[in-house]
Design a protein around this ligand. Structure first.
Ligand code: ME8
Length: 646
């Protein structure tokens, strides 16, 4: 029997669960459910990361002990997941004694092997990241992640000989190209490994920080939080001796976002190697959810709380939205409008209508009993069945490769085709004609079969909806017991079984911001994105040359260009103007991204940074509107990037 082991990061207990945590955990749940219906024996781990500076500080500011604080927030995470339909097999806490024992066991093992040494280190430390930064990584004296000044610190500490594993890791990633995926993140890790790797400081003096696991070989120190946290993935399986470890570790897959690529892509493999534990099978890395305001932040009130979303829109719809909207590996934007739109279009309209129409007709024409295939299939039936087969194939291929949105698109293609099939087959006409009753049976049976396969295929994404659909289709099986090989097979409904139409699966929802909703889409976009003034009709007022000189115009070369999700107009550019600049320009309609890369353009380099659809833009690309066209201003001949225009 195949095995499957999936983990999420263990989340810090200094913040309540938000949409980002929910996404990763839902992805893990979806993958886990997928592998179950493929017949694998699975294990799904999540939990909380509770030691370290960050937690100690958060507890202090709440005026309670770190443990009491961790208990509270860890409890919130634990209670949130089932409410989002997430079923994990284990919830680990790094304060669990079994975990603490494993961390100390591994530390001792690695220390005894001579892979940990004592030394003095002076460097720049970020409390937020709980680590020292190297010269190369520091930006303007600040931590690039937190944008806060780093603290200079000198300390005697224990170091793990991580540098020793550099060559092995490069070789491993090169010979296992799908180990870290999607590829862009594997490349990122390999790029990092092109520079010499430094050893990793794995201790903190207990006098400064006592909220951590004591080093087994020196009680004056506690374990650095990452060396502690990463080991959860094996301690949860009862490493070293546990049966679960033997069974599931060889197929381990970790799921994380890009923020913690380095600890998972570099520290963890080196730790595993040093401890004599085989390398994990896959590291699945996804992008970031951003709100319209940009990064989510508690202080700005831009945190999206998953339970709020579930309360208003339903956990199932929320799960569907997250998996449909984000291309795994890339960033995605979250907005209520987009969520509402997906619910109304994909769930209420496409899926909900197909299901209720199919069942209503079964009730009307066959007293609610599933009819047999009573005639040979016609071309339209075979075409629809081909769509179902395609959805099944895409599902099998895309799901294990993290192409969730593609699997969903194929399922929805099938739903769309089935809705069209109803219109074309027009069962209401067949019903009027006694000679065509046999054909009517085939049509309705075909539809019911499509509904059943769709119910099976959406089960990893929307388990409750799937269960509801199956029940109403008279299929007596729990979602947990579905197996694609059998339950995905065409024609497996039992003729004569009773079906029940019931209430609509997804009622339509009104947007919370109705005014915004009523605006046609392009107008909404323009409202947010269009910051460029309308073309002037006549020449503007005269200005002094000094005023003109204040505008810093430069030659730039476009290095990369990509569409801004959900915007027709905007394109995100990386431009070399002597330095690299991210610029968002409203030129996508006339200049698709692929035509832009390599082009030279003129940039206003000293515009105040602005945010367009949540994306920071630092500069402006010059263009001229010519009738309905937009033309870029470009230099007469190749010019060195950064060249100042005078
Ligand atoms: O890093 N978009 O915990 P953490 C998508 N304790 N995912 C997001 C996100 C966003 N905007 N924000 C957070 C830690 N996440 C460590 C992990 S593991 C041994 C230790 C998700 O609470 C995403 O999964 O900061 C990201 O990797 C994780 O939360 C970071 O969670």
């Amino acid at each position: 029997m195949n095995r499957f082991y999936i983990t999420t990061p263990i989340y810090y207990v200094n913040a309540e669960p938000h949409i980002g945590h929910a996404y990763t955990t839902i992805v893990a749940d979806v993958l886990n459910r997928f592998h179950k219906i493929m017949g694998s024996k699975t294990f799904f781990l999540t939990g909380t990361d509770e030691h370290g500076d960050k937690i100690a500080q958060a507890a202090r500011s709440s005026g309670i002990s770190p443990k009491a604080y961790a208990d509270r927030i860890s409890g919130l995470f634990r209670q949130t997941w089932p409410k989002l339909g997430i079923q994990s097999d284990k919830f680990i806490r790094t304060t669990d004694s079994e975990h603490v024992n494993v961390v100390q066991y591994v530390l001792q093992k690695v220390y005894d092997a001579g892979e940990i040494y004592f030394s003095t280190y002076k460097g720049f430390y970020c409390v937020g990241c709980e680590r020292f930064y190297t010269e190369r990584e520091i930006v303007d004296g600040k931590c690039p992640d937190h944008d806060k000044p780093l603290i200079e610190r000198e300390e005697a500490n224990y170091f793990f000989r991580m540098s020793k594993y550099q060559d092995w890791l490069i070789e491993h990633l090169e010979s296992n190209p799908d180990c870290i995926r999607p590829e862009r993140y594997r490349n990122e890790v390999l790029a990092f490994l092109r520079e010499p790797l430094e050893d990793l400081c794995i201790s903190r003096p207990a006098e400064r920080l006592d909220w951590g696991i004591p080093l087994p070989f020196d009680a004056n120190y506690v374990t650095y939080v990452w060396f502690d946290a990463l080991l959860n993935y094996v301690s949860a399986l009862g490493y070293p001796g546990g049966e679960l470890f033997t069974e599931f570790w060889p197929v381990a897959q970790h799921t994380i976002a890009k923020d913690i690529l380095k600890p998972h892509g570099i520290y963890w493999p080196a730790m595993l190697k040093a401890a004599g534990i085989p390398m994990y099978r896959h590291l699945n890395v996804h992008g970031y959810w951003k709100t319209e305001e940009g990064k989510m932040s508690k202080s700005h009130g831009t945190v999206v709380r998953p339970l709020d979303m579930a309360a208003v829109y339903g956990a199932e719809a929320f799960r569907y939205f997250l998996l449909r909207e984000m291309v795994f590996g890339l960033d995605a934007g979250f907005s209520r409008e987009a969520l509402v739109q997906r619910i109304n279009a994909d769930l209420a309209n496409d899926l909900g209508n197909l299901f209720s129409r199919s069942l209503a007709m079964t009730e009307r024409y066959f007293e609610g009993k599933i009819p047999p295939f009573a005639t040979e299939p016609e071309a339209m039936d075979s075409e629809l069945q081909a769509k179902v087969e395609n959805a099944l194939r895409q599902f099998r291929e895309q799901m294990p490769a993290l192409g969730f949105h593609k699997a969903l698109m194929a399922i929805w293609e099938c739903i769309g085709a089935a809705n069209k099939y109803i219109d074309t087959a027009a069962p209401w006409n067949l019903a009027k004609d006694a000679d065509r009753h046999a054909r009517l049976k085939t049509v309705i049976r075909t539809l019911l079969e499509v509904n059943r396969v769709v119910a099976v295929l959406i089960s990893p994404f929307m388990p409750e909806t799937s269960a509801k659909m199956l029940e109403r289709l008279g299929v007596e099986k729990r979602v947990e017991d579905l197996r694609l090989a059998k339950d995905g097979a065409w024609g497996s409904l039992v003729g004569g079984t009773g079906v029940v139409k019931g209430e609509s699966l997804f009622p339509r929802v009104e947007s919370s911001d109705k005014k915004q909703e009523r605006l046609p889409k392009p107008a909404q976009e323009a409202k947010r994105a269009d910051t460029t003034p309308k073309a002037e009709q006549s020449v503007a007022a005269l200005i002094d040359i000094d005023l003109f000189r204040q505008v810093d115009l430069r030659i730039g070369r476009i290095l990369t260009a990509e569409n801004v999700p959900k915007s027709e107009k905007l394109v995100k550019l990386l431009v070399d103007i002597g330095e690299r600049r991210q610029i968002v320009a409203g030129i996508a309609k006339t200049h698709p991204p692929r035509t832009l890369v390599g082009k030279q353009v003129v940039i206003v380099a000293n515009l105040k940074p602005a945010k367009l659809m949540g994306i920071e833009s630092h500069g402006m690309v010059l263009a001229v509107r010519d009738a309905n066209d937009l033309k870029l201003i470009i230099p007469e001949a190749e010019t060195a990037p950064g060249g100042k225009i005078s």
